[in-house]
Design a protein around this ligand. Structure first.
Ligand code: NDP
Ligand code: GDR
Length: 349
């Protein structure tokens, strides 16, 4: 029998990889998209088929985590066996500028979805499994290595909102018997990573510098240490968590960490460039409170889910740089032909 899944945040980095994975497993995939004045479905366009096509297995619904009634309606219409809550205002620095909105989408949005699932499951008798996109940011100032038993110490409005969502998920599991699981995922990147997160900001800039489209890259704290994996590996862990008989929470990480400086060094040296000649510090990118060091211990996931990351840091760098080199080449060709104005947006963010 075909399984149905509902994904919030399907247009994001993880949503697009998860949709691919579930479609490859034969699922019917439903995604919630926000209305925008321009199309925001770039990352999933390659998966889309006109809904009139009998082969179509991915369907999109307008919705927003700020709109509980809409979420409930979509849930009741789709009646999924699995719900993946990936939608969020996911940028840590932005959360200091928009704390209230971040809490509304990331904390209360999760609660709205849990409430809708609770009622829908009760009315229909059908089990709806729930995955919550928790984050290593919840550990914040707690020293590494961080595991499921490490106490949370959030250092941003984003992290505080995610801690709320984490405990709401645990509470609905305990209070109402929902199959609700938290993934506590450490940073994961890819060729589809948003361009204002530090890894992609670096690979986009370095490849443009290589092709003479840009001279400088402005960054904030180079000493921050992160445990970086590839998003494709991490969405598999989400799915595995919902295939178990009992819901539990899992840390997902590579177990290795590098500084932002080391990541930049790797990227620039892959391109035969010296990073010191191009990178400058702009305090604008410092955060009021920083998370200095994250390095995960995912032993539980390795033992109970049989999960392991396949992509290491060098392969991650290679994939991201090769992708962005191609984008930079296209940009150079189109700019020289006068078809577009050189891309400057990311430099400002
Ligand atoms: P992205 O920022 O790439 O994607 C976020 C998604 O959420 C987008 O589809 C976005 O829509 C959607 N969204 C934002 N606000 C709302 C809202 N109010 N209502 C409905 N949808 C909304 O994030 P990632 O794919 O990287 O991350 C997925 C999830 O995992 C997030 O919850 C994030 O916080 C969490 N996480 C991510 C980690 C990482 O390293 N990537 C690590 C740990 C957790 P739109 O396209 O319209 O903007
Ligand atoms: P993070 O990712 O905050 O860990 O959250 P990000 O890539 O934004 O920052 C990582 C580290 O790099 C430092 N940094 C910079 N960051 C950005 N964005 N821009 C810069 O110019 C810059 N210079 C240095 C930051 O200070 C930080 O220490 C990501 C998001 O995907 C969250 O949604 C997710 O929950 C966590 O990862 C795990």
């Amino acid at each position: 029998m075909t399984k149905r899944a509902l994904i919030t945040g399907i247009t994001g980095q993880d949503g697009s990889y998860l949709a691919e994975l579930l479609l490859s497993k034969g699922y019917e995939v439903h995604g919630i998209v926000r209305r925008a004045s321009v199309f925001n479905t770039d990352r999933i366009d390659h998966l889309y088929r006109d809904p009139h096509d009998p082969e179509a297995r991915m369907f999109l619904h307008y919705g927003d985590l700020a709109d509980g009634a809409g979420l409930r309606r979509v849930l009741q219409r789709v009646m999924p066996e699995e719900v993946y809550n990936l939608g969020a205002q996911s940028h840590v620095k932005v959360s200091f500028e928009q704390p209230e909105y971040t809490a509304d989408a990331d904390a209360l949005g999760t609660l709205r979805l849990l409430e809708a699932i609770r009622d829908t499951q009760e009315a229909s008798g059908q089990t709806i499994k729930f995955y919550q996109a928790g984050t290593s940011e919840m550990f914040g100032a707690a020293p590494p290595p961080q595991s499921e038993s490490t106490p949370f110490y959030p250092r941003s409005p984003y992290a505080a909102a995610k801690v709320y969502a984490y405990w709401a998920t645990v509470n609905y599991r305990e209070a109402y018997g929902l199959f609700a699981a938290n993934g506590i995922l450490f940073n994961h990147e890819s060729e589809r990573r948003g361009e204002t997160f530090v890894t992609r900001k670096i690979t986009r800039a370095a490849t443009r510098i290589k092709l003479g489209l840009q001279e400088k890259l402005y960054l904030g704290n180079l000493d921050a240490r992160r445990d970086w994996g590839h998003a494709e590996d991490y969405v598999e862990a989400m799915w595995l968590m919902l295939q178990r008989d009992e819901p539990e929470d899992f840390v997902i990480a590579t177990g290795k960490s590098y500084t932002v400086r080391e990541f930049a060094e790797k990227v620039f040296s892959y391109l035969d460039l010296e990073w010191e000649r191009h990178v400058e510090i702009d305090p604008r990118y410092f955060r009021p409170t920083e998370v200095e060091a994250l390095q995960g211990d995912s032993l539980k996931a390795r033992e109970k889910l049989g999960w392991e990351p396949r992509v290491d840091i060098d392969e991650l760098v290679r994939r991201m740089v090769e992708c962005d080199l191609e984008l930079a080449r296209q940009e150079k060709t189109l700019t020289e032909a006068g078809h577009i104005v050189a891309f400057r947006g990311a430099a400002a963010l």
